[in-house]
Design a protein around this ligand. Sequence first.
Ligand code: SF4
Length: 637
Amino acid sequence: MRGSPGSRGYEDLPEAIPSTSGRERSGDSLYRPPEPGGPDARRCSTGIGADRTRLLDMLWDLQDTWRYVPEPVLADLAPKLGTTLLDLRETASFYHFFHDRYAGRHTIYLSTSVLAQQCDYDAVLATLERETGTLIGGVDPSGAFGLFETPCIGLSDQEPAMLVDSIPFTRLNSAKVTSIIAGLKAGHPAVELADPEIHDSRTVEYVDSLVESNLRLPGVVFFRPDPYPESFVERLLTRPPEEIVEILAESELRGRGGAGFSTGVKWRMVASAPGPERYVICNADEGEPGTFKDRVLLTRSPRQVLLGMIAAAYAVGARHGILYLRGEYSYLRDYLEQTFEEFRARGLLGTGIGGRAGFDFDLRVQRGAGAYVCGEESALLESCEGKRGTPRVKPPFPAQSGFLGLPTCIDNVETFAAAARVLEEGSRWFRAVGTEDSAGTRLLSVAGDVSWPGVYEIEWGTTLGEVLEHVGAPDAHAVQIGGPSGVLVAAAEARGRRIAFEDLPCNGALTIFDPTRDLVDITRQHLDFFVAESCGICVPCRAGNVELRDFVARLQAGRASRADFARALACADTVRRASRCGLGATSPKPLLSTVEAFPAAFEAKLVDERGPLLASYVEDEAVVPADVYRSVREGRR
Ligand code: SF4
């Protein structure tokens, strides 16, 4: 589970592990975090203003300053925000990147994604533990390094990868890790190690020095040369807002976040919903394991995304916007804010945009903090309001009651970029590409057992076989389409199927596994992911996913019977039907779709019941050891 500090602390370290360099030990005592309660509490409550909706920024401020979120500072902050310490503590605890205990002067998150584990993961982890002097989940005795795990960080095309103080490091191996940790011990900041040429963090050169884009195949919709923003806005303003909405509706552009709802219809709903204000929010919380195309779109085409947001603001009558950037992509923040600045300087953000009196729109970046469920639109809205990212009950939908209860147009990065292109070329042009039910093109994040991982723009309707050929996957055995919340198909049987809403709808991830991969283990890892990421508010998702994961673990251990299998499938059906939000509704898919595509992989591991005892019964585990029983009875546990 990511960001859970202290599960294996430094007190557990065997003495043989060299715990720190001389540098950290050179003071009179071991490094200790500063005592909380100082000036930072005042800065947090006054710098941003006593604005609850900025709570995540305040928590980031505390985390970055103190390397954890100190409770006394929260106690100071609570009355200024008109809330309680309990509320703030509960909110902070929801997000993986906020720690309630010191997380090291350098906080390291190693990606545990399925693809990372298929690369050099074990060697990288062992080296990290040896060089930092702490086991995973702990902080080394000097306080220099906190080492934690985290699920996919949006770098599946260049795993193994990790974040050090929010700076990504990719294509790791033992030698590279040794060198990075040595550099940190020598006093170099992580950013200098990742970008030795020290580029300006507001430039694309900086972003490129940290992470490869791996843009393999641009198409007709995305990654075009930037439209000249002034002429785009000038053209936009020649049409009334209602016409913009109708162009989008006629184009049949469908949202790219997963549900595939008509973008034009959504914009129309927001425009017509009653409310004193409206908001436009870009969902850049790209958290589905295996997906990274929004990362590349924000790197290569931030202006196209921004123009789509400006068009939405004009169409629905919004004056404020937010780009919710997943915490793992924090390294993009300065670059994106520089794009906003450039637009302000050109009169394309702010008041009187494009010289049109009354057309006012501006936006800010909201940095997420490591919670997959915040990719769900209503959870994202809660997070934007400075709360736990708990999905709301729908209806009402965000178009009617979104950010702060106001009508909100929330779309993902790819949708806004596509909308800008539709407005450039027209609805008929857009509709002519793709299929009858899936207009335009689709970006795919391709990774796994392929020759050329990266981002591909394909026309909707392209067959899976054509894609596999293009990306260099001659040995494809299984293909995960749309990440763990999508489906896993057998490559041999699905080659003729089309990537399209009407056949294989894909939310942007295409992960390929060759015949050497253990599909049952991949299923367990995906279920582990959902167990860790469930927000926990409803029982089917919170408890059901644990049941499913434990079933697969028992299957792997040779302790699951046919009756267990039937119970697991029934449980999966309950989780799918009874969960509140999309996370729960899709979380059993790793099990259900893998069983459907590869039933033999599961059947082969089932065991027969022997006698009256369940196959899952293991006597040693069932009997409580005497010392545990004694300590419980004496209140020591
Ligand atoms: Fe939370 Fe899961 Fe329920 Fe969604 S389905 S609201 S993630 S517990």
